[in-house]
Design a protein around this ligand. Structure first.
Ligand SMILES: [Zn+2]
Length: 171
């Protein structure tokens, strides 16, 4: 049960979360990241995480490897800093008033800590360019990009190919 986020090269580095905690982590990441993302590529990184929507993909079916996130190999260090700023935003409870509940900070802080460690350890060799290219070809994703990266009017989070993660998961 639950979901895991991995860094394949280092099997010991695994972020395991219950299904409920996964949804909370994804939503808080989306709330913080949607405000901070400025470039097209930063927005894609946030959308990739928000696509991990258990109401669409199935409860306990949103495992992923951090090497499959749409990183830009040429700007990997800047990309990492961007994700760290999102994690700081979660710690600062960015936009938490939009959540229909109060997250358990202790549990969320463990996710932030472990996710940050994994991304710090990640190197260019861990990046799965083939998967990123496949992901980037999705016509629904490209429609969202053409439409200027729409935000959910209720939650101000980036819409994904599955709609708004918060509208679908917390209804
Ligand atoms: Zn929404």
């Amino acid at each position: 049960m639950g979901n895991t986020i991995t860094l394949k090269r280092i099997p010991d580095m695994v972020l395991s979360m219950s299904n409920g905690l996964t949804s909370v982590f994804i939503s808080t990441f989306g709330l913080s990241g949607s405000i901070l993302a400025k470039t097209e590529q930063e927005k894609k990184l946030v959308m990739y995480i928000l696509e991990k929507n258990q109401s669409i993909l199935g409860i306990g079916f949103v495992d992923f490897d951090i090497g499959s996130m749409p990183w830009d190999l040429k700007n990997l260090e800047d990309n990492k800093k961007f994700v760290f700023s999102i994690l700081d935003g979660i710690k600062n409870k960015t936009e938490w008033e939009k959540l229909p509940f109060t997250p358990n900070e202790e549990m969320l802080n463990r996710c932030i800590f472990e996710f940050k460690n994994m991304i710090s350890e990640m190197k260019s060799e861990d990046i799965n360019e083939k998967e990123i290219n496949e992901w980037s070809k999705n016509p629904k994703l490209n429609d969202l990009i053409k439409n200027g990266f729409p935000l959910c009017p209720s939650h101000d989070v980036l819409m994904t190919i599955y709609g708004c993660q918060m509208c679908t998961e917390w209804q």
